[in-house]
Write a protein that binds this ligand. Structure first.
Ligand code: F6R
Length: 614
């Protein structure tokens, strides 16, 4: 949530900041702003709404700042105060000499604000960030040294922050620091970049330094000094990033979401490489650092996650309980952290997160770790804060996901859960070898089956168009695909703003059925297997209330034509693996409805891809 970017070097800074912010738009897009150092002052420019508004607002001033080579920028997802110009970053101290951009939340900002107001500071915005500008300026007045001022100020700040700060009296300098929020330094021959995430600078350099919590970096065009919390200098570790700028292009697709949906067959192939060779060979999961003896004796697993990752975790529960007979609790991280959870050194705790940054999940993981549990993290970002908490790290390697609505990272998380459950089952000996072989062989065929669905997407597009006028949508399923119903509904909600809900099909008659009439679409996820007949009966019940029935099925049963107005046919697959197949048409339905309605598919309103606030 919120993205920050800074540059100190020899190249013109404006385009570097604007391009960097564009790559960070996935973190929020309520407002944006930049502060640019000119010969005489630090100029601040801001605009409400998407970055294109800032680009527009800057046009009259380009000649004043085009030669500047030092600056900072911010893209906001509003937490404290409405998305207005006044609340947009960068924020300044009262004399305007000091500017700051911030990602995170200053938890004690009210107390700090009261204190600073008593000392004469005048606040203009409703943000927590403005306290930082006044506080650091106050410390600067005492020390006349920006680095020292930042050290002193951060000792009084509580909460999460990544900060970039400039002062007009130290014209060639950028001082940055962080605690519980990401901040990465890009290192190049032309200068230094500092950003919330790698896409902001990857086109300029693939050398980076991950700043650790409480470190303060002082950057000039030709020097970088990093100090720990006590002001002692430490030598930075420069890492080579395994990233290609091409990952950030739409590759000819209209939206990132559509491109990312199409990448899913390869995402599965990439995950399986080195882990699942043939249906006869055992699963290799060296990433799991628990001994075989401990795994055999595990008596409880907790999985914590949010949103789409939570739905992947729910499928994981079915798999682990079914294959391994170990009880698994799945809980939303935001609930987990505010109750007395029973966790100890005998519990395996699995955190699932695409971004590896989600504040609630990170806090939950830290709590579980403090109680002695082994922490296994499933994430798409092996460089994230959550990954750093892991005792075992399952990196899903789906490649950067730009669209705010998660698609390929969900498939990657699901695939990882299958591998994990099978790996544990093999160690525990809880699944017969024939069944294991069959499931593995089915897993290896998943990419082709998804490709088959994608090649007939025009039928799904037609279905989406037919139902795009609806105000509500119900998805029903049972068993393993109940999470698929929840995920399908979430996808539709978040990008089309249609009120969509997923229900266990058996629950329909316990209340939701009251909503059914001839206007309500009900999509039944009807995959061959143990609950097929049950869902069919539940679909009959919905049909009897005149609902507009849609089937998502791999069944060739002719009778379905009488019951359903629309049938989306998917390739046959073992019931165990059906969540991976069934979600693909649901992602496409959500995509095409949103696209047909003209919604901002990749950047839906009110959302951000990394939710770094609790
Ligand atoms: C929905 C979506 C969100 C995230 C949730 C958790 O498409 O992306 O629901 O799944 O905010 O984020 P991560 O997985 O990064 O922890």
């Amino acid at each position: 949530m919120c993205g920050i970017v800074g540059y100190v070097g020899t190249n013109p800074v404006l385009d570097i900041l604007l391009d960097g912010l564009e790559q960070l738009e996935y973190r929020g897009y309520d407002s944006s702003g930049v502060a640019i150092k000119t010969e005489s002052a630090i100029n601040v420019y801001k605009a409400v709404g998407k970055l294109k508004n800032l680009r527009e607002a800057l046009k009259p001033y380009i000649s004043d700042i085009s030669a500047s080579t030092i600056g900072i920028g911010h893209i906001r997802w509003a937490t404290h105060g409405a998305p207005t110009i006044v609340n947009a970053h960068p924020h300044t101290c009262n004399c305007g000499n000091l500017v700051v951009v911030h990602n995170g939340i200053i938890e004690n900002y009210k107390e700090l604000k009261l204190k600073l107001e008593k000392q004469g500071c005048v606040f203009r915005s409703q943000t927590d960030t403005e306290t930082v500008a006044h506080l650091v300026a106050q410390k600067y007045a005492q020390t006349k040294d920006l680095t020292k001022a930042v050290h002193l100020a951060t000792k009084e700040i509580e909460g999460a922050y990544a900060l970039e700060i400039m002062h007009n009296d130290e014209p060639n300098k950028l001082v940055i620091t962080k605690r519980n929020a990401p901040l990465i330094i890009g290192v190049s021959e032309d200068g230094y970049y500092a950003a919330s995430d790698i896409p902001a600078f990857i086109k300029h350099t693939n050398k980076a330094i991950y700043l650790s919590d409480n470190q303060v970096a002082t950057i000039t065009p030709d020097s970088l000094k990093i100090e720990d919390i006590n002001g002692c200098e430490i030598s930075p570790k420069v890492e080579q990033l395994p990233w290609e700028p091409v990952a950030l292009s739409k590759m000819g697709y209209k939206h990132y979401m559509l491109k990312e949906i199409h990448e899913q067959p390869d995402v599965i192939r990439n995950i399986l490489v080195g882990k699942l060779h043939t249906s006869d060979s055992p699963i290799e999961l060296n990433e799991v650092k628990l001994t075989k003896e401990t795994l055999k004796n595990l008596n409880r697993i907790q999985v914590i996650a949010c949103g789409t990752s939570l739905h992947a975790a729910m499928v994981g529960k079915y798999l682990i309980e079914d294959f391994c007979g170990i009880p698994v609790d799945v809980e939303a991280s935001s609930e987990y952290i505010y109750r007395k959870t029973v966790t100890d050194e005998h519990t395996l705790v699995i955190g699932v997160s695409q971004s590896g940054e989600t504040a609630d999940t990170l806090t939950a993981i830290k709590q579980a770790k403090a109680r002695g549990s082994h922490i296994l993290i499933i994430t798409n970002r092996p460089d994230s804060a959550m990954a750093r908490e892991a005792d075992s790290l399952l990196s899903v390697n789906a490649g950067i996901e730009v669209s705010v609505a998660a698609t390929k990272s969900y498939i990657a998380q699901l695939t990882s859960f299958y591998l994990l459950a099978l790996y544990m089952a093999e160690i525990k000996g809880t699944v017969e070898s024939d069944k294991l072989k069959h499931i593995k062989s089915e897993m290896l065929s998943l990419p082709q089956k998804i490709e088959q669905i994608l090649s007939s997407k025009s039928e799904i597009q037609a279905c989406a168009r037919k139902y795009s006028g609806t105000k509500d949508f119900i998805y029903i399923a049972r068993g393993l695909n109940y999470p698929t119903a929840l995920e399908g509904a979430l996808k539709l909600k978040e990008i089309s703003y249609i009120n969509a809900t997923g229900y266990p099909a058996g629950e329909l008659k316990h209340g939701p059925i009251a909503m059914l009439d001839e206007t309500m679409p009900v999509l039944s996820i009807l995959m061959n297997g143990s609950v097929y007949e049950k869902i069919l009966s539940n679909s009959e019940e919905a049909k009897a209330r005149n609902a507009r029935m849609i089937a998502l099925t791999n069944s060739s049963n002719d009778k379905l034509k009488d019951l359903f107005d629309y049938i989306i046919k998917v390739p046959d697959v073992d019931e165990t693996l059906s969540p991976i197949i069934a979600i693909i048409p649901l992602q496409l339905i959500a995509y095409y409805i949103a696209e047909f309605l003209g919604k901002d598919v990749d950047q839906p309103r009110n959302l951000a891809k990394s939710v770094t606030v609790e």
